[in-house]
Write a protein that binds this ligand. Structure first.
Ligand SMILES: [Zn+2]
Length: 400
């Protein structure tokens, strides 16, 4: 374990890298001003980052009379990390470098209802295929987005599937990963509060403040599932009634579609546990191209989502909302229109401007975000470069 001083240095290093990455080029003076730390602290940290090869000198700024400031850039060749998402039917991996650029991507299929051993084997196969593409530098770490519904079993499952990989591993829940992926891709405001609503098998919420997750860890609840949208709705296991998951979870959307005459057949829905995400995407794509029944199904769910997101975020003064997840990203225009009508307009009636957008990060904001998490955690010189798999590692504990 690094000492407290080491952790603080690691946090400073990570913050400096983040500023340089966002500005693409900046000076020590600018960094010190933005971070609110002394120039000496910045000079010392930059020396460390240059020595580690994470930053490089990039010439001089134009003179404004005085001495010209030397500029810094992120060394995009220095490090890359891999992010992994575990869907019902596949593993998706994304290799991301320090500038946030996608270096490699791969997806490998999973057997129906895979055991942890089978997931582990698929992960090894995927890693052996993704690694040679960037042979020059081996990956700094592996981030894993914990899928919805794993919760308490997460740490054990992760230990099993990552055992003996020989690469440092960190994990976080998929909404937090989606938020980080979206933030790193420049979709979210640099500062302030931004909510990411992530729809996979469940409906997750992750709030970033200045790019850092507010929620403590993967085991903590960050779900919109039990936000009540209809007090007169059906009773829910939580003791309330009319909870969001009863209207807008993947299962609820697919159940709604399968009740409509012939729709499931026309769209080729498989209606199995492992086809949950592909069925949702088929419904969303049909809705996006104007298929009336699919559109009704999706809009009904989106109306419920808009109401729940309003309940969950309006009290916090959040000014930006990003929606992510395969089903939402497959119908961005329809999702945007529905949110404008039911969410943005409501804020505007109260004199507030809230920007709502649909993530465009491909292949998977969660995979990109999981890679970002691994980069942030393992790349800075103040942090040990190798560690044991950390199944239930918390974001706040690991990201400086
Ligand atoms: Zn409930």
């Amino acid at each position: 374990m690094p000492s407290t001083g080491g952790r603080r240095a690691s946090a400073t290093d990570a913050a400096i890298l983040e500023i340089v990455r966002r500005r693409s080029e900046t000076s020590r003076v600018e960094i010190s001003r933005e971070l609110g730390v002394t120039p000496a602290t910045v000079t010392y940290a930059v020396k460390r980052l240059l020595a580690a090869g994470l930053l490089r000198e990039a010439g001089f700024a134009q003179s404004n009379g005085g001495k010209r400031a030397s500029l810094l850039r992120v060394n995009d060749q220095a490090r890359w990390a891999i992010g992994c998402t575990i869907d019902a039917d596949r593993l998706s991996l994304a290799g991301v470098d320090l500038t946030g650029a996608l270096r490699a991507r791969i997806a490998v299929p999973l057997a129906p209802s895979p055991t942890p051993t089978q997931i582990g084997e698929a992960l090894r196969r995927a890693l052996s295929m993704i690694r040679p593409e960037t042979q020059a530098h081996s990956a700094t770490g592996l981030g894993i987005a914990i899928p919805y519904g794993i919760g308490a079993e997460g740490p054990d499952l992760l230990r099993e599937i990552t055992e003996g990989l020989g690469i440092p591993v960190i994990s976080a829940n998929s909404p937090a990963c989606a938020a980080l992926g979206s933030y790193w891709s420049g979709e979210q405001p640099e500062s302030g509060l931004c909510a990411t609503v992530h729809m996979d098998a469940g409906l997750g919420l992750s709030i970033l403040q200045d790019g850092r997750p507010l929620q403590p860890g993967p085991g903590s609840s960050s779900t919109l599932d039990h936000v009540s949208i209809d007090p007169d709705g059906p009773p829910c296991e939580c003791g309330g009634s009319g909870c969001l998951h009863q209207y807008a979870s993947a299962r609820a959307i697919i159940a709604h579609a399968s009740r409509l005459d012939g729709l499931a057949r026309d769209l080729g829905l498989l209606l199995t546990d492992s086809s949950l995400s592909s069925d949702i995407v088929l419904i969303a794509l049909a809705a996006a191209r104007g298929e009336g029944r699919a559109r009704d199904v999706l809009v009904t769910a989106l109306e419920a989502v808009a109401q729940a997101v309003w309940s969950a975020t309006s009290a916090l003064g959040i000014r930006a909302v990003v929606l992510s997840g395969p089903g939402l990203q497959a119908a961005p225009v329809l999702v945007g229109e529905t949110m404008d009508r039911l969410f943005t307009a409501r804020a505007r009636n109260l004199g507030a401007e809230v920007a709502v957008s649909v993530s465009q990060v491909q292949p998977h904001p969660c995979a990109v975000g999981a890679a970002v998490l691994a980069l942030q955690t393992f790349m800075t010189p103040g942090h040990p470069s190798r560690s044991e798999p950390t199944g239930g590692a918390s974001l706040t504990g690991k990201v400086g």
